[in-house]
Ligand binder design. Sequence first.
Ligand SMILES: NC(=O)c1ccc[n+]([C@@H]2O[C@H](COP(=O)([O-])OP(=O)(O)OC[C@H]3O[C@@H](n4cnc5c(N)ncnc54)[C@H](OP(=O)(O)O)[C@@H]3O)[C@@H](O)[C@H]2O)c1
Length: 289
Amino acid sequence: MCVVGTRINGVEIADTIKLGIKRRIDKMREHDVEPCLATILVGDDPSSLTYVKNKHKACDNVGILTEDYRFRGDVTQQDLEQVIDKLNSDALVHGILLQLPLPDHLNGFELTSRIAASKDVDGLTPQNIGLLAMQKPGLVPCTPLGIMTIFEYHKIDLAGRTVVVINRSNLIGKPLYHMLLQKNATVISCHSKTQDIARICLLADVIVTAVGNRSSFELRSDMIREGCAVIDAAITRLDGKLTGDTQYNDMIQKASFLTPVPGGVGPMTVTMLLSNTVKAAADIHNVRL
Ligand SMILES: NC(=O)c1ccc[n+]([C@@H]2O[C@H](COP(=O)([O-])OP(=O)(O)OC[C@H]3O[C@@H](n4cnc5c(N)ncnc54)[C@H](OP(=O)(O)O)[C@@H]3O)[C@@H](O)[C@H]2O)c1
């Protein structure tokens, strides 16, 4: 009989990790290095404004310096390229984060690709994605890194296990696929064109779901095996409330581990951004942490 019902407390795990990050920042200061993150925000989308504000606050709380670059929604591609070039060559900046999505007239792929791989704390440049796919060290995307950290924290063994990932985006599903393979999981990638997701989910020891549209998809407890670990990384609104792809009270009856929304993967994502910024600073300055 499997044990069910462990709530994964993302805030608690994030707080534990932040203690380690603060210690690493203290060590960096002994080498006269002050880790610094620069964010670039275009336009006035309320969600993006909130995300950037929260990232700055999280940096302040652990002692990472920040620089805040904001542009009107009609900024040109060339102007943004110039800012990225300037930040790439600024020795006092260690992380560069271009907040996505961008307005339609801008080429997000070109801009992201322009960020120096060594400062790409979102892990989204082709170079870092390629390194991850080839299982070489680099900076990796924050949400999948946060999910992997949850597995590690709760000692959820992945080797030989079947892990179903319902998402194939560049931000979550694809990098997570490679990270899971690195841990010797058998990974099944599902998406909007997958037929009979319920049948596939019943094979899973672990499910990571990140769809974020409850009108088109919901992961219900009758779609999982008892004792399956479920990571719900989606963030969406249902009846005015923040939720994920699962209904917590239903799923916790059957899942061994379950992340709530909010308070699960979300706090881990921003913490991994802090961790990546400190890692970038340490690598750039050759400080061994
Ligand atoms: N917790 C966090 O820190 C965090 C961070 C980032 C994002 N998120 C959340 O994660 C969710 C996904 O974000 P994203 O940027 O990856 O979004 P995205 O690019 O829109 O990806 C959504 C994925 O879900 C798949 N999908 C859509 N409808 C489906 C369906 N009916 N059945 C199965 N799969 C379906 C899509 O398939 P196709 O590829 O076929 O379109 C796609 O792979 C959102 O709710 C977002 O808010 C959370």
